[in-house]
Design a protein around this ligand. Structure first.
Ligand SMILES: [Zn+2]
Length: 163
């Protein structure tokens, strides 16, 4: 995939408030290798609640802002990311919600889902014991991950349009 400009990235978020866009922390775009990223996810270093997810949908970029739930899941249990379907220690999976309406204020509906805490599913599915991360397996997981992410951002986009 081609390189992305800062303004392109800034304008691809379907559910960001003006304030969130103004304060958007830029990821290191020059370091971004889309070839091994179904989506680019990053957290705001100044606010551990905010997160950003961006991916390609054909030729266009689509992004959503998500808010991590304060606190985490109970340590000691296992939890599954709803996007990459990796089962991990609960502290590495967090409930994130995407705003579906109410871009003018804090009110409005949202949709929540469990996602890898660092929004790094693409890395997670490529990590593990060699017999579990064969290229066939990675390809299959990557395809499913992209499908689920696309469904997730698509639902947010539709809800925003209808709100
Ligand atoms: Zn994940």
């Amino acid at each position: 995939m081609r390189e992305v400009t800062e303004s392109e990235l800034r304008s691809c978020f379907v559910n960001a408030t003006r304030r969130e866009l103004e304060q958007l922390p830029m990821p290191g775009l020059h370091e971004t290798i889309w070839g091994e990223r179904e989506y680019l996810g990053w957290r705001d270093p100044r606010s551990n609640r905010l997160g950003y997810m961006v991916h390609w949908r054909g030729e266009e970029l689509i992004g959503v802002v998500v808010h991590g739930a304060p606190g985490g899941l109970r340590p000691g249990i296992a939890a599954m990311c709803s996007l990459c379907h990796s089962t991990q220690p609960a502290t590495q999976v967090r409930m994130f919600s995407a705003r579906l309406a109410g871009l003018d204020g804090d009110t409005g509906s949202s949709m929540g889902t469990y996602i890898c805490d660092a929004l790094d599913c693409s890395h997670i599915i490529r990590t593990g014991p060699p017999h579990l991360v064969t290229s066939d397996r990675i390809a299959a997981r990557a395809e499913s991950l992209l499908e689920r992410v696309t469904r997730f951002t698509g639902r947010v986009e539709r809800a925003i349009r209808e709100s």
